[in-house]
Ligand binder design. Sequence first.
Ligand code: FE
Length: 278
Amino acid sequence: MRIVKRIMDSMPTSDGAGVKLKRVIGRPGLDQIDPFLMLDEFYSDNPNDYIAGFPNHPHRGFETLTYMIEGKMRHEDNHGGNGLLETGGAQYMTAGRGVIHSEMPEQTDGLMRGLQLWINLPADKKMTEPRYQDLQSADLPVYEKDGARVKLVSGSIDGHTSPALSAHFEPLYLDVTMQKGQMTSFTPDDDMDGFIYVLDGKIKAGPKDSARQSVQAGKMAELQGDGDLTIESKADTSRFVIIMGKPIKEPIAKYGPFVMNTRQQIIEAVQDYEAGKF
Ligand code: FE
């Protein structure tokens, strides 16, 4: 059975040109949950917190999966990619050998809320061709399970498959909404590790027949073990994501937006970027 290994708070920070964020993974005390290098939640109805966006910046060596809970954000990159990310939609980007892109709000007021996940690539895929995929909300499967509403952002489970494509391995990424008293179980593949991040409300998570642990909004529960994961809503409405992937188990050399295996590869990434090779 899958149990909660530990519960951690998210950390307030800012990134890009001053976008206020909650950093869940990829911060002091939690470098990664292999293969996930970073998870940020941006969530504000104050345009001053998001309007500056993420102007042009590079990436190399991994993938990003951005899920828009509410709002509009435009992506543009130096390989000709351009897309509008809207409420309920997602974007899967393989940075591979190098991409320079911007992620800018396409709204001047109202709520903007979403999650950006960084997914590592193994050594033999780090220098793959860059690509990206826009996934509209209607492209992503939605189903009901024991009364819970489940949206499948990426991966396969319960007979449903998301069209999201990775250059390596699509993570399992579920957005689940449950009402008080509802309880359901998921059975991710045994070779996947990951976590739950609670967006709203409060849940209890863990094995079906023993004590489950409470996890509140803004907190992350790292999972351990195999088999079933049972979740119960303890608030009137609880919303959370379950994110799981295959651990890569390779050394990590990380410098800002470059994530490679060795320090030498980081030096090369900086040189290639400065030489205009992205
Ligand atoms: Fe980026």
